[in-house]
Ligand binder design. Structure first.
Ligand SMILES: Cc1cc2nc3c(=O)[nH]c(=O)nc-3n(C[C@H](O)[C@H](O)[C@H](O)COP(=O)(O)OP(=O)(O)OC[C@H]3O[C@@H](n4cnc5c(N)ncnc54)[C@H](O)[C@@H]3O)c2cc1C
Length: 371
């Protein structure tokens, strides 16, 4: 990534920082930071240069997400899901949508999770069937980030008729019969994650992404590496944001009667030290995972599985320690820690969840098939 792109990401991170508290408090979409990302071409970071995009790779996408997540994890997750959808559309989608994404005129996301198969995102139970004027989708998607804001969803269903676990579709949000819902979550309150229902929604037959029945291969080959690296980047970034605030709080908060700061207490310093070790360990694994992917190392898939679990668990653990060292003050939204504590909970329940990843990693290191 060159310096100009880094500066643009930094600018968007500053806009995200200025609005993060309001976005969280009102559980509203992070419009300002998304506009900053759009205006600087960062929504087209993964789009090919011939489409008008920046033509950068998965590692750079993850680096951008990490920088934003230090300030606003909601924005970072919206960006993560946009990049995940974009990666599929870049490979299998129509030129017109690729150009819209490159120009920042199209926000996309993934709609994989369903009420029927829950976190087993690779196994949709929803249907797609041929009708006279196209393909009819009926589904109850349990969560999609940017549910009411995205222009399109990269959507999974059972195959039309072919073999395989799933087929992917590019579904426009304004398709009649597509109904995004709404709920307010514990954390990531700005990312507009909500159920999306499809009721007799008819899409064009050419909206299929790849061959009928090939969804599983696309999920594993394209989505999983990018999603896991960027989801881990959200956790690595928000961990850094929380720890920085906790250290600043411990250094600046005084016990007047003792003429000392919180950081003068060895107990507080030890908690911060352990949190720093955990944060740096997760960051180092994340950087090594990017290096593995960028150089095509043989252990790339293992790293891709490991990095999300490690970064998500670290975010939960470090943000908890940050709350502890900051005492009652941490309960106050204006101190800026409880938002990170709540936001940290989302990453590890996003599929593949930590527990699923432990199972996959265990299978991989024991030489067993993952599925
Ligand atoms: C903020 C947020 C944003 C999201 N955005 C999107 C999105 O954009 N697109 C999308 O498709 N989905 C999205 N999701 C959904 C997400 O990816 C998961 O599918 C969902 O959170 C799983 O929740 P569940 O209650 O259905 O889990 P369940 O499947 O009911 O799991 C419950 C528990 O069982 C464990 N478990 C399940 N299976 C196994 C197993 N085989 N081995 C071990 N443990 C297991 C899980 O780890 C979990 O702890 C989002 C979720 C959240 C919270």
């Amino acid at each position: 990534m060159n310096e100009t792109v880094s500066r643009k990401i930094q600018r968007a991170a500053e806009v995200a920082a200025a609005n993060a508290v309001d976005v969280d408090a009102k559980a509203r979409f992070p419009t300002e930071s998304m506009e900053a990302l759009r205006a600087d071409g960062l929504l087209g970071l993964l789009s090919a240069e011939e489409m008008g995009g920046l033509g950068l790779g998965f590692g750079d996408a993850a680096r951008a997400v990490e920088q934003i997540a230090r300030e606003c994890a909601s924005t970072a997750m919206v960006l993560t899901m946009h990049y995940a959808g974009t990666a599929v559309i870049e490979k299998l989608g129509p030129t017109v949508v690729r150009k819209e994404i490159a120009a920042g005129r199209h926000l996309t996301t993934l709609a994989f999770s369903e009420s029927g198969s829950r976190s087993h995102f690779w196994a949709p139970v929803s249907s797609a069937r041929k009708v006279a004027n196209g393909i009819q989708l009926d589904a109850q998607k349990s969560f999609a980030t940017s549910a009411s804001q995205a222009d399109s969803y990269v959507w999974s269903s059972r195959p039309l008729g072919g073999e395989g676990a799933s087929t992917l579709w590019l579904v426009r949000r304004d398709t009649p019969g597509i109904q995004p819902g709404r709920y307010q979550g514990l954390g990531l309150r700005g990312n507009d994650s909500a159920p999306v229902r499809a009721e007799a929604a008819v899409i064009p037959a050419d909206a299929m992404l790849g061959a009928d029945g090939s969804g599983f291969d696309t999920m594993m080959g394209i989505v999983l590496p990018l999603f896991n690296l960027c989801n881990a980047a959200c956790s690595v970034g928000l961990t850094e944001g929380a720890l920085g605030r906790a250290i600043a709080h411990a250094s600046s908060t005084r016990h007047q009667h003792l003429d000392s700061s919180l950081a003068d207490l060895p107990t507080i310093r030890a908690y911060l030290a352990r949190a720093r070790i955990q944060a740096d360990s997760a960051r180092t694994l994340w950087q090594d995972s990017i290096a593995a992917l960028e150089s095509g190392r043989a252990d790339t898939m293992l790293r891709v599985l490991q990095v999300k679990a490690a970064a998500n668990e670290t975010a939960i653990s470090v943000t908890s320690e940050c709350m502890r060292v900051s005492g009652g003050a941490a309960y106050r939204p204006d101190v800026g820690l409880e938002r990170y504590f709540r936001d940290a909970r989302a990453g590890f329940v996003m599929a593949p969840t930590s527990d699923q990843l432990y199972d996959f990693i265990g299978k991989a290191i024991c030489g067993l098939p993952l599925f």
